[in-house]
Design a protein around this ligand. Sequence first.
Ligand code: ADP
Ligand code: ZN
Length: 721
Amino acid sequence: MNRVRLLVLNAALGPLDYRLPEGVAALPGSVVVAPLGPRKVMGIVWDEGRLPGEEIAFERLRPIVEVLPVPPLPAPLRRLIEWTADYYCAPLASVARMALASGGALGGPATMTEYRLSGGLPERMTAQRLAAIEALEGEQGTMRELAGIAGVSEGVLRGLVNQGVIEPVTVNIDRPYPPADPDFHQPDLSEAQAAVAGTLVEAVRAQEFAPFLLDGVTGSGKTETYFEPVAAAIRAGRQVLVLLPEIALTENFLARFEARFGAKPVLWHSSLKSTERRRAWRAIADGTAQVVVGARSALFLPYANLGLIVVDEAHEISFKQDDGVRYNARDVAVMRARFEGLPVVLASATPALESLHMAEIGVYTKLDLPARYGGASLPAVRLVNLTEEKPGSQRWLAGPLIDALRERLDKGEQSLLFLNRRGYAPLTLCRNCGHRFKCPSCSAWLVEHRLSARLACHHCGFETRVPDSCPECGESDCLVACGPGVERIAAEVAELFPEARLAVATSDTLNTPDKAAEFIAMAEGKAIDIIIGTQLVTKGFHFPELTLVGVVDADLGLEGGDLRAGERTFSQIAQVAGRAGRGAKPGEVLIQTRHPDAPVIAALANGDRDAFYAAETEGRRDAGAPPFGRWAAIILSSEDEKEAREAAQRLGDVRPRLADVQILGPAPAPLSLLRGRYRYRFLVNARRSANLQAMLRDWIGAVNFAPGVRVGIDVDPYSFV
Ligand code: ADP
Ligand code: ZN
């Protein structure tokens, strides 16, 4: 066949037909460049008959320009791309782009220049040069990397290059990664761990679709346990993908991986340098990347030879992407395993209700690790009733929590305070005129960040200096901070315990892998007494000396109550509680609340997860909510308020009337202005019998919107703002 249909990587274009020049072959999945008018477009040769389109006479087809020198995207990945686009109502091109996430990887082999000492000496030796030469002994890297290592400017190093002391070396960007050794360090597994590991290793050998829910309490050693099937896959020459919810977690994971396998895994996340991204992409596509650890975007890469997928902390809502293609990596991971015919492991101490339900109805196999590793016990939980134990004015820590902190300080043990709010205060106002600081492009208050002396919008990233005077009335020294963020809690702790060493752990302070690594090293090395953190500290960390966890405001997550608020609060607090008492010393958790009788708070106090989940499940069943029904959100937005409102009305006017679908809205979104766009929402609730996606496509396809209107479809939404 010498005609091909391309999935063109441009969402505005449909599939296009081309002809292959004489002597050129291109299998399905091949990545090609084709002419489009005067321009060129990139596309993927798609399987015959799977993309709709008219047949155009062969004579009228233009030839493609070139087939790029990368392996064709494998068939299971092509099926995954189709499934994802269909399920999430997203353009095929947008999903396919995620598979080709490294433009630089698509060219031929490439080299780069690195530098190292040549062994020669400079004509004139200075103290600075001597120090640099000593620091660079045995090192090789780019100019910038070496300057960092030597602690001198690149100019100093260039001087040394000119004198022949440092020499350039040409390296292959795609040099292979050091191999992981499945037998590097074999841990002694507990009996329970060994049983679970055995089942998973069997599944890796079988290489059939097999979804597992690894339900293990915090500290049970889920990572050590799933490392065994990872080792089995490496031995069998197959690739492994481990998805982590947060890049700040990877440092901790990398260290443990290296201890077990003697080499680092291949990293994939959005802040890789383009050369690293290219190297990783090519090694993934040619099968030499053995184990890939990544954020959700690693899911769509073209693995040559995948043998196992692990989703760690699978309950995390950060697996849900909230812009572009709004997919849930946890669910797509299961679909990928299905198309590839592989085992997939969802690991969590607080699985999503949806995942537990799948286990209950027998679709997933549930594997349990009911006890902590090494005999550590789960922490004792105590509620602090804030309506009785009132913190002082403009204070947030009640007496019992302060006493518990003091006790830990006296014993030289660590504490962790959890408040899921970045910054110093969520609202700033003028005492004189009442002016409130608002984001210019969102309907949201600006959050004060005292560490950086800025007011910031947490929705769009807008930032401004904290002004000296009120912009409304001109009065100075009149700004008041309302409510607490972690920085304010840190200030309160510093006042209470001036001698304590504090660390604020949020996405603002741990925003690079280096800073995260430094924080972990300090916490492990007992250089921190009290950690004050957001949801970032709820997961993954293992600090043996940490014996107290204080939840500053357990009610925060229940405010505004969307249907997942209870579940989210439960898992967040259970996870952060799980950081306590992981070593030899027992842990304690204090939960500050104004609603000690709320079901979720009571369940946390009693450690009764099953009863809480059972009640939540019944509530979901009654509401026809997931997993018993489906939801989708539709968000219409425009820079013009009237245009957005009218678009919403028009869509509302032609809503389908179906027995198994209920459509709520339109209503102004809770976040009615975001990044300068006015927003209206519909919420669709469909029974499982309904074909939700087909209904959405027909309905939305029936309206011609003004060019300024954007229509977002969010299937299985997690955000309701
Ligand atoms: P989880 O992810 O289930 O909360 P981790 O995997 O973090 O638990 O394990 C808790 C701690 O126990 C870690 O420090 C881990 O290295 C250690 N651990 C777990 N299992 C073993 C084992 N079989 N041998 C040695 N150490 C283990
Ligand atoms: Zn904003």
